[in-house]
Design a protein around this ligand. Structure first.
Ligand SMILES: [Zn+2]
Length: 156
């Protein structure tokens, strides 16, 4: 299986193109850059090709990355169907930890501050939660049924 953006076969895994349940196969390099929010323009020269993909999820992801890179020259050449365009422009809340790392379902996080939770118990600084869920509450993630503010956690 090859990365649907750059063609690499390094550790390719499906990557969800929010908010739909549709996926693009991405290599480790593409995933890392997208998840860290630090896009290397050289690496993403590959968008020149992926923008012509026939798969909607690839087009939508490519469109969003081109926008982030400020490549209006390429965006102008891209053609999206109306529903793809609506998908590409859906505001997806990106949840980030206290240090700006993008959080995803299934991540492990460490709490960086003692926190009081409902019912009078405390979550201790340094406590680690595995397999978090992003949940639907803005600014929070779900760790074992407890909502925790993203500003108090660090991805580990
Ligand atoms: Zn790639």
């Amino acid at each position: 299986m090859n990365c649907e953006l750059c063609g690499s076969n390094n550790n390719v895994k499906p990557f969800k193109v929010e908010p739909k349940e549709e996926y693009v196969n991405l290599c480790e390099e593409c995933r890392n850059q997208i998840e860290s929010g630090k896009l290397d323009e050289n690496h993403f020269q590959c968008l020149n090709d992926s923008m012509w993909s026939e798969k909607s999820a690839v087009k939508v992801l490519t469109y969003r990355l081109l926008k982030e890179l400020g490549r209006s020259d390429l965006l102008d050449m891209m053609y999206l169907e109306p529903d793809e365009e609506a998908w590409a422009n859906t505001e997806v809340e990106v949840k980030k930890d206290a240090y700006g790392n993008v959080l995803q379902n299934g991540d492990s996080v460490m709490v960086i501050k003692d926190l009081n939770v409902k019912g009078g118990s405390t979550i201790k600084r340094g406590e680690v939660f595995k397999n978090i869920r992003l949940g639907d509450t803005p600014g929070h993630i779900l760790a074992k049924n407890i909502y925790i503010k993203t500003e108090f956690i660090k991805k580990v």
